[in-house]
Ligand binder design. Structure first.
Ligand code: ADP
Ligand code: ZN
Ligand code: MG
Length: 480
């Protein structure tokens, strides 16, 4: 059988967090009651006059530069005409003729190998409204429409067909989200729809230079769904091609519950959107100096930061990757290291306890009140021997929940480590007396028996004993 390979290109829509919509002053906040964030402009009522939101252009430019795109200085805002119930004006305003960002790329790390995914273009456009079908949210027997989302600024990012498998697609999307969040233009929440991805998938014999016929996948609401959808589609097409059947050009819907894709619409003929520049929105020319100022204002990108943490801080590649994936995490890490200069210890805590508590609370670091001063303070208490590493975890849990100062918690709960020889010695003696058989095993050369005794002392002191001292005292006493 001939070896087959997949070819994948992604189209991603990301909502820009501009506060107000792209052509009017309506709020873009997510989750408001339906049709409460609308006006004549975003409803396309007769006589409406769109006025371009400068911040949307700025955010587009930030995103385009972060994706290594060239900025096209001249653009028009073009009407893309089609009829659909969620499109109040009967057209969407988009940059059809002159996408403002082109020829970019994103590097993805797959199994230690860097794969470069080309960005064909990134352009600015407006979002549509949202249909609520029977059974969704209301119990209406009809489909209802919510126009709160109509006119929210979007960037659409189109990749080159450079992706070769589902895992690479998932890694690309995660990297893309990280980059866009770094430059602060969107929260990229797939579950809330502020980041949405369509995947174009085709297969071909591995030795072929031509692409196969593609299908387009829609409705994947998580990174996992994108990967599953692509995997399913590759398998489906591979089977068709091997059986000598044609792949039909169509748009397919990913059914998350059933784990399959099925046909939404067939597209033998390209839709004619009859695009033309919107006569109500003048063409835009961006001043190169303005673009240069935006470039200046961008934060250090995740790739550069990753390299710095590996080379200057001596972090392992894995740690640096996890920490720089989110700007909030990377900022938190660096601020903590400024106060407590042990990079690997700080990294261990961020990837361990901090992440565990965040996951349990279902929160992002930036949504909590946790401060670098608190983590650094806690680590200093451990370093000074005031508390043990085990107790530190307990204290951290409290800091995380209550936002209180670690030192206060330690004092209040009486968690100060027992490092007093007499006090610990008494406990050690009791433990040895209570476990004569284990003590004998150790004396007989069974080194592992000591671990059990240390454990018992820890248990008696509720984790407060200084572990080194416990070890010393046990050995000292068992030698005699
Ligand atoms: P269309 O004309 O159908 O809109 P485009 O050429 O505009 O197709 O490409 C849309 C997206 O599909 C891009 O992300 C592109 O990389 C991807 N793409 C194009 N051809 C293929 C193919 N044969 N297989 C997979 N993806 C493809
Ligand atoms: Zn409006
Ligand atoms: Mg196209």
């Amino acid at each position: 059988m001939r070896e087959m390979e997949a070819v994948i290109g992604l189209e991603i829509h990301i909502e820009l967090q501009t506060g107000t919509k792209i052509f009017c002053g309506c709020s873009t906040a997510f989750g408001a009651a339906p049709n409460t964030q609308v006006c004549p402009v975003c409803l396309g009522l007769p006589g409406h006059k769109p006025v371009l939101n400068q911040k949307a252009v700025e955010y587009h430019t930030r995103a385009a530069l972060a994706l290594n795109c060239e900025i096209v200085p001249y653009t028009t805002f073009d009407r893309k005409n089609y009829f659909y119930a969620d499109l109040p004006k009967g057209y969407q305003i988009s940059q059809y003729f002159h996408p403002m960002g082109v020829n970019g790329h994103v590097d993805v790390n797959l199994n230690g190998e860097t794969r470069r995914i080309g960005i064909r273009q990134i352009h600015l456009e407006e979002d549509t409204g949202k249909l609520l079908h029977p059974g969704e949210i209301t119990d209406s027997p009809y489909s209802l429409v919510d126009f709160n989302r109509a006119g929210v600024p979007l960037v659409e990012i189109v990749t080159q067909p450079d992706v070769r498998n589902a895992e690479e697609a998932r890694l690309f999307l995660q990297k893309l989200r990280s980059i866009i969040r770094y430059v602060g233009v969107s929260d990229c929440k797939m579950e809330e729809g502020s980041m949405r991805c369509d995947a174009n998938v085709s297969v071909r014999p591995s030795d072929s230079v031509e692409f196969g016929q593609k299908t387009e996948l829609k409705n994947m609401n998580s990174f996992r769904a994108v990967a599953r959808g692509i995997e399913y589609e590759i398998a489906r097409q591979t089977e068709l091609v091997r059986g000598g059947e044609p792949v039909v050009p169509e748009t397919r819907h990913w059914d998350e519950a059933r784990g399959i894709t099925r046909v939404m619409r067939t597209k033998y003929l390209a839709t004619d959107y009859r695009c033309f520049p919107d006569p109500n929105v003048p063409p835009l020319e961006c001043d190169p100096e303005w673009v240069a100022r935006i470039r200046q204002s961008l934060p250090e990108p995740p790739d550069a930061r990753y390299a710095r943490l590996v080379h200057d801080h001596g972090l392992p590649a894995y740690d640096a990757e996890v920490i720089t994936a989110s700007r909030a995490m990377a900022d938190f890490y660096e601020q903590t290291v400024d106060l407590f200069n042990e990079p690997k210890t700080v990294s261990n805590w961020l990837m361990g306890e901090v992440s565990r508590c965040l996951n349990a609370a279902g929160k992002e670091l930036e949504e909590t009140a946790l401060a670098p001063q608190q983590l650094a303070g806690l680590l200093q208490l451990v370093q000074k021997g005031v508390i043990s590493g085990k107790i530190a975890k307990e204290v951290f849990e409290d800091v995380f929940q209550t936002g209180r100062d670690p030192e206060t918690i330690v004092k209040e709960k009486g968690l100060v480590q027992i490092a007093d020889e007499d006090e610990l010695g008494a406990v050690v003696d009791r433990v040895i007396t209570a476990n004569p058989k284990v003590a004998e095993d150790f004396r007989g050369g069974k080194e592992r028996a000591l671990g059990f005794l240390v454990g018992q002392v820890m248990k008696e002191t509720r984790g407060k004993a200084n572990p080194q001292l416990v070890n010393e005292l046990l050995r000292q006493r068992l030698r005699n």
